[in-house]
Design a protein around this ligand. Structure first.
Ligand code: GCU
Length: 601
């Protein structure tokens, strides 16, 4: 495969009246460079960076004229135009022909353009709409800035007619000293394959072989003895290259990737990486880094990962959607675990089959994008959705089944904020809880008992505390004893106490602070927030490190002496179990949700 970048100087214009389609803006004869509404835009970039469109949610048309600039036999290959990410609805035309559309802002999509692509005078038109709609994923309300547009790379891919799709590399540890590697793929066209596995130096061939299947499904297995395992501390990588040798004269490299030998599994209440218990010390991260927005330079992403590792973190949760594949590539190489998610967030149209199809497509696109990245260990199919409702829990369980059908090597879950009535907790691989004691409600000192109480009905699997935190405006300080909201001191106290408490709970397999960096949240407008969610440990505008940032190395693995209240938790369940208890807990949930909503915006 060869990729020609289509990044660069594009033109664009808004379509506030939504007249572009009926006026055929996609036709080259209707494109006029003297049109005063046309603006320059350096793709990849969100149109919210354009003056006057800082908070625009609507339709923008993008136009790009390009040459192939190389002698290419247009019949010898397949051609695809690939978008790594564009938010939200994308409609694409090439040389006035409609290619198709895509829904979703955070996963790659592509269109075959054989017979349409020309050597010169290609005219690519992309209509993007980021208007919120009830049947979309996410829908009307979400706590992040709705960046619109083509904010990730665009490429023209030149593909061999005979190639592999959906290559999956499974690594199973039969023992710590012996790994079975199972490679499977779909063949497009007809091939004769030679494969080679290189060690981390990319120079020494460890194994090689010929695969006999010439079409349809194919694959091969091999054993690697004394493998150098992939872990966050030892991110050892191997390299797989697959050649088509069907043409005697030459070997065509048709697949090439790094992979890691690691195995993630659950044993009782423990999370096991490479046959050893692991405890996740994580941070959530939105894909936003000002002044770049979502179009974050590789080095800046790498800096974030290195900073988190230097503080003692070993995991990142890509909230609440998949980030650019650059982050996953960095995580593989630098060594940090990644927990990925699709943005089935808060209230969605769970009854609508179209909405389910959108979510299922996103999940499928994400899994096939990242299936061979060793750093990725779980797929979360949503966040804080009403899991006490049957329609929602059915929607979520279907998505979890889909994830397991595609990928049996990773954990599957949904991130829940339900203290009690959560209808999916029996179906998840790992139980999760988001709860902000000491911020939205209650006192941080309640946390130890709550963690023992909620485990009672779900005692046979690990728990992850997936969100907790407190806001702080960088530079706002107050007396340690006064617990002043939005002070750096209060944020430190809440996080410090919570982390050391969770560290002391053996049925917890980890925690994730909410969140590494402050991020734009348009409805958060008090004098401390000013349009930002301030729960980051670094500020959103300039990455200034707050007090808590310097505290992590000391507390990240420290335990606090806690009372074991598991028995009390079980007694409460037994005493209160009848309907009144469910009613009672629903009241807690509704109260908690009310308090959260009241505080949220
Ligand atoms: C929720 C939600 C986040 C949100 C956070 C907050 O748990 O998952 O998206 O930003 O609370 O209120 O800060």
């Amino acid at each position: 495969m060869k990729a020609i970048s289509l990044n660069g100087k594009w033109k664009c214009k808004s379509d506030v009246e939504n007249i572009g389609i009926e006026n055929k803006w996609h036709m080259s004869e209707n494109y006029n460079l003297n049109d005063n509404n046309l603006k320059d835009i350096e793709i990849p970039k969100s149109y919210n960076f354009l003056k006057g469109f800082e908070n625009f949610e609507g339709i923008f048309w993008h136009f790009y004229q390009f040459e192939l600039n190389e002698e290419t036999d247009l019949n010898a290959n397949d051609y695809q135009i690939r978008f790594k990410g564009a938010n939200y609805n994308s409609k694409i035309w090439l040389n006035s022909k409609f290619l198709g559309e895509h829904n979703g802002g955070f996963t790659p999509f592509s269109f075959i353009v054989n017979n349409l692509i020309k050597e010169r005078n290609n005219f690519l038109v992309v209509r993007i709409e980021n208007t919120r709609k009830r049947d979309q994923i996410p829908a009307m309300s979400f706590d992040w800035f709705n960046w619109g547009g083509i904010y990730r790379d665009v490429d023209l891919l030149i593909l061999h007619k005979n190639r592999l799709n959906n290559v999956s590399i499974k690594t199973i540890l039969t023992t710590k000293q012996k790994s079975r590697v199972e490679v499977s793929y779909n063949i497009k066209g007809e091939v004769l394959l030679k494969w080679q596995i290189f060690d981390s130096t990319k120079t020494y061939i460890l194994h090689e072989g010929i695969s006999l299947e010439r079409s349809g499904k194919g694959g091969f297995n091999l054993i690697i003895n004394n493998p150098k395992l992939w872990t966050p501390n030892t991110p050892n990588l191997y390299y797989l290259r697959i050649y088509d040798i069907s043409q005697k004269s030459k070997e065509l490299l048709i697949f090439n990737t790094h992979f890691g030998i690691r195995q993630i599994e659950i044993k009782g209440i423990n999370l096991i990486l490479n046959k050893k218990r692991i405890f996740l010390k994580g941070a959530s991260l939105h894909e936003e880094y000002m002044p770049y927005g979502r179009t974050i330079p590789y080095e800046k992403r790498k800096e974030d990962v290195s900073n988190l590792k230097s503080l003692g973190f070993n995991a990142i949760r890509t909230a609440h959607y998949s980030h650019d594949e650059d982050l996953i590539d960095i995580a593989d190489k630098v060594g940090i675990l990644i927990l990925e998610e699709i943005p089935v967030y808060w209230s969605c149209d769970f009854k609508n089959p179209q909405t389910y199809e959108t979510a299922a497509n996103m999940l499928t696109e994400l899994i096939w994008r990242d299936i061979n990245h060793p750093s990725v260990i779980w797929w979360s199919v949503g966040n804080e959705v009403p899991l006490h409702k049957k329609t929602c829990s059915k929607f979520i369980k279907s998505l979890m089944n889909l994830a397991r059908a595609i990928d049996k090597t990773r954990l599957v879950t949904v991130v829940s904020r339900k203290i009690i009535p959560d209808l999916t907790r029996k179906s998840v691989d790992i139980a999760t809880i988001n709860s902000y004691f000491g911020w939205y409600f209650g006192h941080v000192k309640m946390i130890s008992f709550v963690l023992d109480l909620i485990r009672t009905p779900v005692f046979n699997k690990p728990w992850i505390y997936t969100e907790f935190g407190a806001g702080a405006k960088y530079g706002f300080h107050a007396d340690w004893n006064k617990q002043v909201k939005f002070s750096e001191e209060k944020q430190l106290q809440v996080l410090d106490y919570t982390i050391r408490t969770i560290n002391s709970k053996d049925h917890f397999a980890g925690w994730f602070i909410w969140i590494y960096r402050d991020f734009r949240a348009p409805k958060r407008l008090n004098k401390f927030q000013q349009g930002y969610n301030r729960k980051g440990i670094v500020s959103g505008e300039h990455n200034e490190k707050k007090l808590i940032y310097y505290r992590f190395p000391k507390i990240i693995s420290e335990k606090r002496k806690t009372y074991n209240t598991k028995i009390l938790g079980i007694l409460l369940w037994i005493i209160f179990f009848p309907l009144s208890y469910l009613l009672f807990t629903r009241m807690i949930d509704q109260f908690l949700e009310y308090r959260v909503k009241k505080e949220k915006f």
